[in-house]
Design a protein around this ligand. Structure first.
Ligand code: C2E
Ligand code: MG
Ligand code: MG
Ligand code: MG
Length: 290
């Protein structure tokens, strides 16, 4: 009897695992086709100076709309890209698209708006990006401050040191290195001393409960104080409400990004924001008592 039950369970799990594996394989297949057909695109989300409301940069965020699967969020397809190696093609696509876009905005007389690019550890494990990035900057006539690199803490935890050396090479080119999802990595923050980190991005999860969980406010306070002590700049991500902005301003957070200001938008809409730089933030800052 127990044996029969065990057998049923085994069958159940096997079926379940097979279904998941084939789903994943299908996603990988579709993604491979999408990359080949250049069906991935980028949106840009503004990053604002919380003192002045100035639009100081934006973050490039991948989008994929598949004919059959519909819109697939990056949280779902980036891990598949990392495991399958497609992240290399995707990462290069993002870097070259961003450089071309920054140059296009500049050529339209809108100035140089720096763009933060998410770079995956799995990509840096496979190849150095310093060479390709230097080529792109040269090709589009951009200086190194046109690009900012966002990496997660896990990138700096690699034991071999190979990935860290590749991050350092990007920093040596003059690119600012930002630590994304800061506070979620469970890593030693020792790397803040060893690396040329320019900025930390406080993870959205801390901002979400900033005003209703004392622990999260204490953590955000500590992160901002620590950043100041290390002369790092701080971006808060996921600002959705006026009260969060008020608290962050009081804590001395430098920059912010989130739906309260603007959602990720296409390049044409971002150009409109660049044309009227005060428009986005001025009313929001006024509402927050600035
Ligand atoms: P991330 O780098 O932490 O990006 C911020 C995410 O928060 C984005 O989700 C953005 O749309 C979302 N967000 C911004 N403001 C708000 C807000 O006020 N409220 C809420 N609820 N969400 C907000 P998205 O675009 O779905 O990207 C998710 C993750 O996928 C990114 O997290 C990043 O880890 C990864 N990703 C996106 N684009 C790329 C890329 O080009 N390359 C790589 N390697 N990863 C990427
Ligand atoms: Mg990011
Ligand atoms: Mg982030
Ligand atoms: Mg995040």
């Amino acid at each position: 009897r127990a044996k029969a039950e065990g057998r049923d369970l085994y069958r159940f799990f096997t079926r379940e695992l097979n279904a998941r594996a084939s789903q994943r394989l299908h996603l990988e297949h579709r993604l491979r086709e999408a990359v080949a057909a250049q069906q991935l695109s980028l949106l840009y989300q503004p990053i604002l100076d919380l003192d002045t409301g100035a639009l100081v940069a934006c973050e490039a965020l991948l989008r994929w709309h598949d004919d059959e699967l519909g819109p697939v969020p990056p949280a779902r397809f980036v891990p598949v890209a990392e495991e399958s190696g497609l992240i290399q093609d995707i990462g290069r696509f993002v870097l070259s698209t961003v450089c071309e876009q920054v140059a296009a905005w500049r050529d339209a007389g809108l100035g140089t708006c720096p763009v933060a690019v998410n770079v995956s550890a799995a990509h840096l494990q496979r190849e150095s990006l310093a060479g390709p990035v230097a080529d792109l900057l040269g090709r589009f006539g951009l200086s190194a401050d046109a690009l900012q690199i966002e990496i997660t803490e896990s990138v700096l935890m690699d034991l071999s040191g190979a990935i860290s050396a590749r991050v350092q090479a990007l920093s040596d080119l003059g690119l600012a290195i930002h630590i994304d999802d800061f506070g979620t990595g469970y890593s030693s923050i020792n790397y803040l001393r060893r690396f040329a980190i320019d900025c930390i991005k406080i993870d959205r999860s801390f901002i979400a409960n900033l005003c209703n969980r004392d622990e999260d406010q204490a953590l955000a306070t500590a992160m901002i104080a620590m950043a100041k002590a290390f002369s790092l700049r701080v971006i808060a991500e996921g600002i959705e409400e006026r009260v969060q902005l008020e608290v962050l301003r009081r804590l001395g957070c430098d920059f912010g990004q989130g739906y309260y200001f603007a959602r990720p938008m296409d390049a044409a809409d971002l150009a409109r924001c660049l044309q009227a730089p005060g428009l986005l933030a001025a009313p929001k800052l006024a509402a927050a008592g600035a």
